[in-house]
Design a protein around this ligand. Structure first.
Ligand code: C5P
Length: 245
């Protein structure tokens, strides 16, 4: 049975250095295919809001992954601007604190205008590039990495956010500590036997489904494939397959 928030389309990480490359990639799909893409700092800082307008005009949904982290007032007004772009999902660092996350939510609501649905707002907990050892040494956080991640997820929930970006392996603990509806968006997805690149703890789309991820993010397995459309469909099928079980 499908759960509340689960997104049927894998989110494609559009990690390209320029508009031209990103658009050529998208043009390989049928014009009727509505994708969900993630635009990160690299592409957005180079191309600006125009790249968002262009992707939107093709009918795709957008997760704008800029990971905001600043004082509440600055984040609030930055979120106002992002909401105005008409994206579907944005994010902040949970390390910015509950007040900052509340301000982000407020900025989004104000930015979209009355009666309009505001973009979903997620929090990044601990970056996957942070090891437990580094977290304890550099951030002086003495609990385990997992406890820190769950704590950040609970803060995000308190601030009224929709969910977090996390590893598929953390979904169970996060949902148990927040709620089953709290969105867990999980990168680090690979088909069985695929190259890991720099990802360390990967799961297959099927495993992500079993672990109760709500959204999966896939980048290089699709964007660097010789046949992106075929690989995307394969990942999507595997991600959705268990729905009818
Ligand atoms: O190419 P790949 O599938 O590894 O890309 C995953 C995407 O998810 C990239 O855009 C990467 O920056 C992002 N990401 C991640 N791990 C996190 C957060 C984001 O891989 N913890």
């Amino acid at each position: 049975m499908a759960r509340n928030a689960r997104e049927t389309r894998p989110v494609i990480a559009l990690d390209f250095p320029s508009r031209q490359e990103a658009i050529s990639f998208l043009e390989q799909f049928s014009p009727a295919e509505r994708l969900f893409v993630k635009v990160g700092m690299e592409l957005f800082y180079r191309e600006g809001p125009e790249i968002i307008q262009q992707i939107k005009s093709l009918g795709h949904s957008i997760f704008l992954d800029l990971k905001l982290h600043d004082i509440p007032n600055t984040v609030k007004f930055a979120m106002c601007r992002l909401a105005n772009l008409g994206v579907d999902m944005v994010n902040v660092h949970a390390a910015g604190g509950i007040e900052m996350m509340e301000a982000a939510r407020l900025g989004l609501v104000e930015g979209v205008g009355k009666g309009q649905p505001s973009p979903k707002l997620l929090a990044v907990t601990q970056l996957t590039s942070t090891s437990e050892e580094n977290m304890q040494k550099e951030q002086l956080i003495s609990v385990s990495l997992e406890e820190s991640v769950v704590n950040y997820a609970q803060n995000a929930q308190k601030a009224g956010l929709d969910g977090v970006v996390c590893s598929a392996f953390e979904v169970g603990k996060i949902k148990a500590a927040t709620s089953q509806e709290f969105i867990c968006l999980t990168p680090g997805i690979r088909l069985e036997g695929a190259r890991l690149e720099d990802q360390k703890r990967v799961v297959t789309p099927k495993m992500a489904q079993k672990l109760k991820s709500d959204y999966i993010v896939v980048g290089r397995p699709v964007t660097r494939s010789v046949d992106p459309v075929k690989i995307y469909q394969k990942i999507k099928e595997e991600w959705m397959k268990m729905d009818n079980d």
